[in-house]
Design a binder for this molecule. Structure first.
Ligand code: SF4
Length: 280
């Protein structure tokens, strides 16, 4: 069995940066620090971070008098003010690419534009983006949802950074039909683009694909769907124990990719297990 690991597998810049910032604060402070929500959608990495005294706050938890780290997804300004009022200090690890979209939304909505975000309304990044609008703002996940929007004069369309490119393109076309002259900006992150493009190429070229990442990670689930459409033998695993080794032993080439929140050490363990089962 030949093992082909995608070059883009694993942490993106924004997640890597947020984890590095949290570790630096915890080390410098020499005490427990808190993150506003889980820093990463990966339970194994969250456990490891806990052992380094980096603890996520759950929704509704009181904000402690300690350093609190804002994760890569960002948060609405109002929520940030609440945390600032309670925490000892706030360390902003919002991904710079997300910050740029937040600024664009604030600028355009201050000029009177209605904002349309192509994304998942429940995703924390989208909640944070919505919070930066100073006027009407909407979230759509499909062209049909564009049809349900009210009549609007000036429109800015942006995307959640991990949005599927095909979905965004379909929404963009419908927005321009309904609101000619709308400003449509593809704000899908280049790291997402690279990862999804490589996953498609990989899935076409192998007999089976292993996608590694948290089950609660939207970008990992999306990678799984992309690979599954092109390669029916696609498996989503969080850890090496979940590998269907008996089935994988029967194939010639196995592709391995991983979501933006999957740490390198888990990818390495999965590859080691595949090697131990006869891969090379
Ligand atoms: S996917 Fe892109 S925008 Fe989102 S955190 Fe990672 S680098 Fe930043």
């Amino acid at each position: 069995m030949e093992i082909v690991v995608a070059r883009s597998a694993g942490f993106c810049m924004g997640v890597r940066r947020a984890i590095d910032m949290a570790r630096e604060v915890a080390q410098n402070e020499g005490r427990t620090v808190f993150t506003h929500g889980p820093l990463i959608h990966n339970p194994q990495e969250l456990e490891r971070l806990r052992s380094e005294r980096i603890v996520p706050l759950a929704p509704g938890d009181p904000v402690p008098r300690a350093p609190v780290i804002v994760r890569a997804h960002g948060i609405p300004p109002g929520e940030r003010r609440q945390i600032e009022a309670a925490a000892e200090r706030v360390v902003d690890a919002t991904c710079p690419k997300v910050s740029r979209i937040q600024q664009t939304i604030a600028e355009y909505s201050a000029k009177g534009y209605a904002v349309v975000i192509c994304g998942d309304a429940d995703h924390p990044e989208v909640v944070g983006l919505l919070g930066h609008a100073r006027g009407p703002a909407y979230v759509v996940g499909s062209p049909a949802e564009v049809d349900a929007l009210p009549d609007l004069a000036e429109v800015l369309l942006v995307a959640q950074t991990t949005q599927d490119e095909g979905v965004f393109e379909a929404v963009r076309r419908r927005i321009l039909e309904r609101y000619p002259g709308a400003e449509a900006m593809s704000t899908i992150c280049s790291s997402t683009h690279r990862r999804q493009t490589e996953a498609r190429e990989l899935a076409r070229d192998v007999d089976a694909v292993v996608v590694i990442g948290g089950r609660n990670s939207a970008n990992t689930r999306r990678l799984y769907q992309i690979c599954r459409e092109l390669c029916p033998r696609t498996y989503h695993v969080e850890t090496p124990d979940e590998l269907p080794l008996e089935e994988l032993k029967r194939v010639h080439r196995v592709g391995v990719t991983a979501g933006a929140s999957t740490p390198a050490w888990i990818i390495e363990r999965v590859v080691e297990s595949l090697r131990a089962a006869g891969g090379e």
